[in-house]
Design a protein around this ligand. Sequence first.
Ligand SMILES: NC(=O)c1ccc[n+]([C@@H]2O[C@H](COP(=O)([O-])OP(=O)(O)OC[C@H]3O[C@@H](n4cnc5c(N)ncnc54)[C@H](OP(=O)(O)O)[C@@H]3O)[C@@H](O)[C@H]2O)c1
Length: 248
Amino acid sequence: MHVLILGGTTEARRLAELLEAELPAGSRVTSSLAGRVARPKLPPGEVRVGGFGGAGGLAEWLRTHQVHALIDATHPFAGTITFHAATAAAAAHVPLLMLRRPGWVPGDGDDWHPVGSLAEAADALPGLGRRVFLTTGRMGLAAFADLDELWFLMRSVDAPEPPCPARMETLLDRGPFTLEGERELIRRHRVDVLVTKDSGGAATAPKLAAAREAGIPVVVVSRPPVPEGGAVAGGPEEAVAWLRVLTG
Ligand SMILES: NC(=O)c1ccc[n+]([C@@H]2O[C@H](COP(=O)([O-])OP(=O)(O)OC[C@H]3O[C@@H](n4cnc5c(N)ncnc54)[C@H](OP(=O)(O)O)[C@@H]3O)[C@@H](O)[C@H]2O)c1
């Protein structure tokens, strides 16, 4: 049994841990990382790093490494690899499961402004605040680079590269984050608007509660589309159950 996990998320690491314990001796679990983060938290089992060279390259990898099951546990905003996974799995006749954590849902007291892209988030910002807590990651900062009137607190795992907003303070940090910590950041930096992707999951959710408490608006970037049909799991335990059924 050889399972390939397309990773780069907390859930992918957790799944690799569960499969290490679950699968019979002699099985292989390989986690694949894109290589975006300089010092990633590594899962147990085998790890490979770097792109496959498109859907065709991934299909070839599945064949030559005799993969029995492919689990796409990438981030909900990693839209390209998810479509490549669907195409490659079909071409190589390998069963595919998409592991997708549920998106966040606004609650009482939330002032959320859903947008379709980072560019739309940038368009919405001047009407909402002046001091922005930007948590959409270091990629795609170019969308905010022309907003000279606004000040940004930009948080990411690794340092960003230009183009970036002119008035930007960088905070290098990696989740999970706490409500106390997020509350303190908003207070200390006098943040008056938060920008986030609808990533879902508990590790980065406290900023939403902190924004609600502070009474500030939140610009929420909606998820990109995913391939139609196919098996979907909401969490690592469900993915293990899918694999159990698959292997009988
Ligand atoms: N996008 C986010 O907000 C975000 C947040 C947290 C973590 N991540 C993680 O960061 C990675 C890259 O995200 P992205 O948004 O740049 O992805 P993407 O736009 O969907 O993928 C771009 C290309 O990167 C390569 N790639 C992506 N994920 C890979 C993986 N797990 N293993 C091997 N190659 C991979 C593929 O290259 P080839 O075509 O050459 O195969 C893919 O075509 C993902 O693994 C994702 O889980 C992303």
